[in-house]
Design a protein around this ligand. Structure first.
Ligand code: ADP
Length: 161
């Protein structure tokens, strides 16, 4: 059984993330979506526990996918979970430049780690959590960027509390 982690901020999880997730299931038997947050960094928009809840909701009917949160280095999480594969999505050459450096650093820290890059599909390549947050903050309709089985209004309301 091959298991990979798909780490990210997922603030929030978008259709672009969903596409990477579905593609990665063609390569791996199990995917663990790992919501990373670092208390020293800026807090983000959705509270980390809500991002996790939202993803659980989105993947509720899907098999072989689980979700966790973490605040340590991604390689440390891989060691803890005994996973050697990291999945990341690539939208642009800028993504590639940033991601290849991170992949090399991760490999230096844990030599059996392999990062697998999944190219963004044309339809969703422009979607980013940043754009979605911008739309939501301005009370716009972001539903066309998000998985359709998610009630984003519910999570916005929960995020306010
Ligand atoms: P991070 O802050 O770690 O980059 P994100 O939640 O922004 O976390 O992204 C997680 C992963 O998903 C990254 O590898 C990112 O490149 C990828 N990704 C984000 N949006 C898309 C998209 N529209 N298509 C393909 N990959 C994407």
């Amino acid at each position: 059984m091959r298991t990979a982690i798909f780490p990210g901020s997922f603030d929030p999880f978008t259709l672009g993330h969903m596409d990477v997730l579905e593609s990665s299931l063609k390569l791996f038997d199990n995917i663990i979506i790992a919501v990373g947050f670092n208390s020293a960094k800026e807090k983000g928009y959705f509270k980390p526990e809500l991002r996790v809840e939202m993803i659980k909701d989105i993947i509720r009917d899907k098999k072989n996918i689980s979700v966790c949160s973490y605040s340590e280095l991604t390689v440390e999480l891989c060691k803890k979970l005994n996973v050697n594969y990291i999945v990341r999505g690539l939208r642009t050459t800028t993504d590639f430049e940033l991601e290849s450096v991170i992949a090399q650093a991760n490999k230096k820290m844990k030599k059996d780690i392999l990062t697998v890059f999944i190219p963004a599909c044309q339809e969703y390549s422009f979607i980013s959590s940043t754009v979605v947050r911008d739309v939501l903050i301005h009370n716009g309709d972001a539903s066309m960027f998000l998985p359709e089985n998610i009630d984003i209004e519910k999570y916005i309301e929960m995020n306010r509390k």
